[in-house]
Design a protein around this ligand. Structure first.
Ligand code: GLN
Ligand code: ZN
Length: 778
């Protein structure tokens, strides 16, 4: 019963950055939260931004009337938008519905940010990216119904400008696959069991989109590529089979494009989508291969995601073209070109980056340049390869230029990584080290420490901004930072902490700071990428061989050490995290790049040790995040990531205590890798899960020092001495006493001083009480 369908455009992007070229959305949304912009003003700002995006994409060559322009706007998060559009608003925010029962932006922001006692939805990473989505809460009691007309209004808004957009929504299978059970749900409840009801609400949503004039709709189903979700690929494909048989089986809907990016679509998912009554399928051909021939493609369009939506490289356009040719042999009715994922993971436009080396710029493509690449390849699909020969040649020339550029291959770096031997990755055994460290450091039982940063106050941010604008001379900025360090050290002595930190006031960001001080990296002015909600990060570009021209942190750490007799902990960011939070070169294996970063850090550790720093922490909060979505790829990843950490840290002597820090409380698949890091002390987020992770650590037989976080720094709440004490009791009950450390969950940079001081005071008091309980000296 399918009606005649509009044909799919020959080229499209799967989504566009929504933060605005100058972070206009952040400003508007934050003004709204602070009360200086009302709801109408906010909607107007969003509307202006969407119009600017449409006009920009048309100017770049996408069609205004052929549905090649996606409407992927979101005020906060696309998963939240989809959940709320079908009614999945947690009960604790029910009073925030509009008077007519619909779910508007007031309820949406409340769910995203929390309100009073009502905790926000949990936030977690979107597949293997650094974007965070809000986890939908779904139970047997959730009432699914079309609950707002946001998507339809956006279609109508574009239509009024004469543009036919293709609304982009997270699809029903992915929505449920990423959801967690509500608190009210019975134990073991699986949100996927609500598929039929969710699909019924999507069906109404599609009907409304059609009524608003949408010819195409895009439903994102990246769950169909993952092997890391609770429901395996088979169950997810079966869910897709059911969902799309139902959604596709009605005539009063837009034509449906289902996209499955971030990795290779599972074979089951591919068969299910090919057989479904939908009109187009978008595949990720940068992290996945051209799939096998399957039944059901005759009437469909295949969108080849050959332009990488997740990196900033101009890349190999000719290779992209060859993939499209291979895709065209799969028997589909037509082929189109697309990005591998939404472009939300890359910055807007490289042409504004006037501070970057112009040669580097010719190797790069941000969202606008990637859109142009899509437009070029689409022209090739329509008019033949010869029509785009010039563009293919220009891309090939840029690639060749990059391959031969000085710095991309550095003659001093290569021999070092090439000659690494097993001994470069290993320290002496843990027991020997522990004895040497006990003797060298003389720490009490249940030693207290923090994770590194202290509050980044307005004063610090202002001083940094003035320094970077040239309004504050280098020596003035330097003495400002020294005063700050002296204050933080004195505060920690006053609080009675055992292992001190210098506070990281000199760092804007834990990765960018190192990128700015290492060769092989470039830093953008305006290369912002949404991290979550109104927050954006500015990843550095790792373009060449990495080396360390000079010591980076040694001056700050030794100055801090000079102010105290307590051990001062040196503070570095680990190789995996530096890679995870940068745009990394795509012309060599990540393992090679990681080893280069590791060697630079190894030199820094050696210099810290030589300068008298006896405790050094190497943070790896992103170790878990980079874990590949495909099980088959995980062992190799875990091997090189662990190796790079060990390479960075194994050059120091046994009595130097190496700490690491991890920011997640689910150890599951990475627990063996964490043990393999072979750090002397591992601090890990645990307070929010009430110390659940302690049991996991105990069961895993982890032998070294562990500091399960006892203070949740994601909240301004001050934990009481009893609360901290209860978490400590749990740790002491499950883990060997000598191995337990007492620390917060994470760095303190986002907190204010009042709550930080009060919380740390309680933490120290609880640690002393803990010592008393076990009869150790206080
Ligand atoms: N040392 C860093 C800090 O304290 C660690 C931050 C992190 O874990 N993300 O800020
Ligand atoms: Zn952390």
């Amino acid at each position: 019963m399918t009606a005649p369908r509009p044909s799919f455009p020959s080229g499209t992007i799967l989504g566009y950055p929504r933060i605005g070229p100058n972070r206009e959305l952040k400003r508007a949304v934050e003004a709204h939260w602070s009360g200086t912009l009302d709801a109408t003003g906010l909607e107007e700002a969003a509307s202006r931004l969407r119009r600017a995006t449409r006009e920009r994409l048309i100017a770049l060559g996408l069609g205004g009337t052929d549905s090649s322009i996606p409407e992927s706007f979101s005020f906060y998060d696309q998963v939240l938008d989809a959940a709320l559009s079908v009614g999945a608003l947690p009960e604790r925010f029910a009073h925030r519905r509009e008077p007519d029962g619909t779910i508007g932006s007031a309820a949406m922001f409340a769910a995203a940010r929390g309100e009073g006692d009502a905790a926000p939805l949990e936030m977690t990473k979107w597949f293997d990216t650094n974007y965070h989505y809000l986890v939908p809460e779904i139970g047997p009691e959730t009432v699914f119904a079309l609950s707002n007309d946001r998507f339809a209004r956006q279609v109508a808004e574009a239509k009024a400008d004469g543009v036919s957009v293709r609304p982009v929504l997270v699809g029903p299978v992915t929505l449920l696959a990423l959801a967690k059970a509500t608190d009210a749900a019975p134990a073991g409840f699986d949100p996927l069991t609500r598929l039929g009801d969710v699909v019924a609400a999507y069906r109404d949503l599609l009907r409304a989109l059609r009524a608003a004039g949408a010819e195409w709709v895009q439903l994102d189903e990246p769950a169909l590529v993952s092997e890391s979700l609770p429901a395996g690929p088979g169950a997810l494909a079966a869910a897709a089979d059911r969902a799309y048989a139902e959604l596709g089986g009605h005539a009063d809907r837009p034509a449906i494009l289902v996209s499955a990016g971030y990795a290779q679509l599972s074979p089951e998912g591919w068969r299910a989508l090919a057989a479904a009554p939908i009109e187009a399928i978008a595949l990720d051909l940068t992290r996945g291969d051209v799939p096998e021939q399957v039944a059901g493609l005759e009437g469909k369009t295949l969108v080849g995601g050959v332009i990488d939506g997740r990196n900033i490289w101009r890349g190999d356009l000719d290779l992209a073209w060859q993939k499209l040719e291979r895709l065209s042999a799969r028997g589909a009715a037509s082929i189109a070109v697309g990005t591998s994922t939404s472009l939300q993971h890359v910055p807007h436009d490289v042409s504004g980056e006037t501070d970057l080396d112009p040669r580097l710029v010719t190797w790069l493509a941000f969202a606008d340049q990637k859109t142009e690449q899509v437009v070029t390849l689409a022209r090739g699909l329509r008019d033949g390869r010869d029509a785009i020969a010039l563009e293919l040649a220009a891309a090939a020339a840029a690639l060749a230029d990059r391959a031969s550029a000085p710095g991309v291959h550095d003659g001093a770096v290569r021999p070092r990584t090439a000659s690494l031997a097993a001994a470069d990755f290993a320290r002496t055994d843990y027991e020997t080290r522990a004895q040497a460290q006990d003797a060298a450091l003389g720490l009490p039982v249940l030693p207290t420490t923090t994770i590194g940063s202290f509050p980044q106050t307005g004063d610090i941010r202002r001083a940094r901004a003035r320094f970077s604008r040239g309004e504050l001379a280098a020596d003035q900025y330097d003495s400002f930072l020294r005063d700050e360090i002296a204050r933080v050290v004195a505060l920690q002595e006053d609080l009675g902490l055992d292992v001190l930190v210098h506070g990281e006031a000199e760092r804007n960001d834990m990765v960018q700071y190192f990128a700015e001080n290492l060769d092989g990296f470039a830093v953008t002015r305006n290369g912002w990428v949404q991290s979550y909600g109104s927050r954006a990060t500015r990843p550095s570009i790792l373009w060449g061989d990495v080396s360390r021209p000079a010591p980076i942190t040694v001056g700050w750490s030794t100055y801090a050490q000079s102010l105290t007799d307590k051990p001062m902990k040196g503070m570095l960011t680990g190789p995996v995290t530096i890679l995870a939070w940068s745009f990394v070169r795509d012309d060599q294996a990540l393992a090679e790049t990681a080893n280069q970063v590791a060697l630079a850090l190894r030199d820094e550790l050696a210099d810290l040790e030589a300068a008298g720093i006896g405790v050094i922490q190497v943070d790896e909060p992103a170790l878990r995040e980079l874990l590949p979505l495909k099980r088959a790829d995980q062992p190799a990843y875990l091997a090189w990531s662990v190796d790079s950490f060990r390479l960075a840290t194994s050059g120091v002597s046994p009595q130097t205590q190496v700490h690491t820090h991890l920011c997640y409380s689910e150890f599951d698949v990475v627990i063996d890798a964490i043990a393999a890091l072979d750090a002397d002390v591992t601090s890990i987020e645990a307070a929010r899960s009430r110390g659940e992770v302690i049991g996991d650590i105990a069961r895993s037989g982890f032998a070294a020092g562990v500091g399960p976080g006892v203070y949740d720094i994601h909240s301004p709440r001050v934990p009481s001495v009893d609360e901290v004490g209860a978490l400590l009791d749990r740790a002491v009950a499950d883990l060997p006493l000598r191995r337990v450390w007492v620390n917060p969950d994470c760095g303190l940079k986002t907190r204010g001083y009042d709550e930080t001081v009060a919380s740390l005071r309680n933490l120290v008091t609880a640690a002393r009480a803990g010592r008393e309980k076990v009869g150790a000296p206080v």
